[in-house]
Design a protein around this ligand. Structure first.
Ligand SMILES: Cc1cc2nc3c(=O)[nH]c(=O)nc-3n(C[C@H](O)[C@H](O)[C@H](O)COP(=O)(O)OP(=O)(O)OC[C@H]3O[C@@H](n4cnc5c(N)ncnc54)[C@H](O)[C@@H]3O)c2cc1C
Length: 524
């Protein structure tokens, strides 16, 4: 019996467990389905691709996507301490101010969330109006500095876009290097940042390799969870609250398996209905990516990152290609005039990035393309069986809304224009993968064949429909959801920073601590 049971030690769960256990008078049990994060490939940034489809990955796929030629799209998710923050590409972008303001949820405007971004942050550029030092999450400039990354930014400038040295500063538009969640060239996951320093606390227990199967609800109140570890059934009880931080696919699946979800689905699967809540698992959103890949003969791409000299440099100095997060540089553009914020985010990686990251590079290349960051299409996550170990049925419905495809066409066209600029000439000997032309028809065809997820799923337990503005599940007592699934709409950017800020705020809500009025109040 603990005061709090937190399910999932990912980006959000690590923060919640660490913050709640700061109070020595409460007991916290953090339960993670995956193992500890001891593997070196988790901590060496450039090795993130080696984690895909391994024991550290839930290894999901979408169902056949109707608007992408019935392709099944790969959806990796971290299954390890740190969750997806232990397997992601470490880009630190918070999102656009209007993302939070448009949520329309009390307490969640950009200005109100800003103190939590700052509380979490330890930026190696120092403190400023937009940044902070001293928080648990290390944010730093990249240490790989591949010449292709700078050439990409320069080509974007030659194509007419401006430079932006800080996508989390005064404005998002423009091109530049990304800041990354790394310390001294190594990954700084939520587990490294928050959990590791808290592990010595006597009031925090972390259970690994324990997959939660259901939330126990008695008389309308969550009282604990049941799960399994290597075939053994385990029950953990909570006297105050159960907090689900299992991520956008698994949190709604867990609610459904616990009888909280669309009654027709639950009834059809033989799951007793605790609460008919049709929106659990709906409103699923994601960002798609349209890859453009150009081959060249310069021997500097990341395929040689593991050479002895680079390994030595990484070990001695924490610098060089092994510190590369993949997409080292990028930029934000608006595909149309008159829209209030960027709707495409370019990611540029100095490597042949093929088949959602699963393909093996066959030569030196630069890969880049637009991520569509303001999608209108919505999908769903539904448990497929009354079996907690079965993968859920995920249908993203990418490009179901035709205007999403129109935007992707414009953004891809912009990407092809960047490829023609002088700065990229040394790195674009020939297209390895690009549309046949930049006509509308060829671009549409290409996107349907090659677009894939960039793995930013959110929205399936959204604030305002499944949880309230304090992230409490509507209709069930003592149960919250805190992870990317609570975002009503997905942020225009890379969600890890926003998820960590959401969890920072949630910890205050759970502890009944008043929201900080200013950024300075948020400092600890
Ligand atoms: C390859 C890849 C690259 C990405 N790159 C970036 C990037 O560069 N920048 C960025 O900002 N974002 C990136 N993201 C997205 C970002 O990492 C996620 O949005 C974020 O980590 C989600 O946090 P979360 O807390 O919602 O879920 P997670 O971090 O996924 O945490 C969920 C945790 O719950 C555990 N869990 C799930 N079900 C159960 C269960 N039943 N019982 C027990 N434990 C359970 C999981 O194992 C996991 O540890 C990337 C994602 C991927 C996959």
């Amino acid at each position: 019996m603990y005061d709090y049971v937190v399910v999932g030690a990912g980006s959000a769960g690590s923060v919640i467990a660490a913050r709640l256990s700061e109070d020595p008078d409460v007991t916290v049990c953090l339960i993670e389905a995956g193992p500890a994060d001891a593997a070196e490939n988790i901590h060496v940034p450039a090795a993130f691709g080696k984690l895909l489809r391994t024991r550290y990955d839930w290894d999901y796929d979408t169902h056949e996507e109707p608007f992408l030629g019935r392709r099944r799209i790969y959806l990796p998710r971290g299954r390890v301490l740190g969750g997806t923050s232990s397997t992601n590409t470490m880009i630190y972008v918070r999102g656009n101010r209007i993302d939070f303001d448009e949520w329309g949820q009390p307490g969640w405007s950009y200005d109100e969330l800003m103190p939590y971004f700052l509380r979490s942050e330890d930026n190696d550029r120092g403190a400023s109006e937009y940044h902070a030092v001293g928080g648990p999450l290390a944010v730093s400039d990249g240490r790989s500095n591949n010449p292709m990354s700078e050439a990409f930014v320069e080509a974007a400038v030659q194509a007419g876009y401006h430079r932006n040295e800080d996508f989390n500063g005064a404005g998002q538009d423009g091109f530049g290097p990304f800041q990354v969640t790394q310390r001294d060239g190594r990954r700084c996951s939520a587990a490294t940042a928050y959990l590791a320093p808290a592990l010595g606390r006597g009031n925090l227990v972390v259970e690994t390799d324990l997959q939660v199967h259901r939330v126990l609800v008695e008389n309308g109140r969550a009282v604990g969870v049941t799960g399994g570890r290597f075939g053994e059934a385990v029950t953990v009880r909570a006297s105050r609250e159960v907090i689900l931080s299992a991520g956008t696919y698994n949190s709604p699946q867990l609610l459904q398996l616990s009888g909280i979800g669309p009654a027709p689905l639950l009834t059809a699967l033989g799951i007793p209905v605790v609460l008919d809540q049709p929106m659990v698992g709906r409103n699923l959103q994601d960002h798609t990516f349209v890859p453009l890949v150009y081959e060249h003969s310069q021997p500097i791409s990341l395929i040689s990152a593991g050479s002895p000299e680079h390994v030595e440099r990484f070990l001695d100095e924490g610098r060089g290609p092994l510190t590369s997060n993949g997409p080292e540089a990028g930029g934000f553009i608006r595909t149309r005039d008159g829209i209030p914020a960027p709707d495409a985010e370019f990611l540029a990686a100095p490597v042949m990035f093929a088949d959602s990251g699963l393909g093996t590079p066959t030569g030196h290349a630069i890969s880049y393309g637009p991520t569509m960051i303001a999608p209108r299409s919505r999908g769903s996550v539904m448990t497929a069986l009354d079996d907690p170990t079965a993968k859920p049925k995920i249908m993203h419905n990418y490009f179901a809304d035709e205007s999403d495809l129109d935007d992707a066409v414009e953004a891809t066209r912009a990407g092809m224009r960047i490829a023609r600029q002088a700065a990229l000439k040394p790195f674009t000997d020939g297209p390895q993968q690009q549309p046949a032309s930049d006509s509308d028809a060829d671009l549409r065809d290409y996107i349907r064949h090659y677009a894939h997820s960039i793995f930013h799923a959110a929205g399936t337990c959204a604030m305002g429909s499944v949880v309230d503005a304090e992230l409490r599940v509507l209709g069930v007592d003592s149960l919250r959801v805190v992870d990317a699934s609570v975002m009503p709409t997905l942020v225009r950017g890379n969600p890890n920073a926003a998820v960590i800020a959401i969890a920072e705020k949630a910890a205050d809500l759970i502890r009944g601590i008043a929201a900080p009025a200013t950024a300075a109040d948020a400092d600890r």
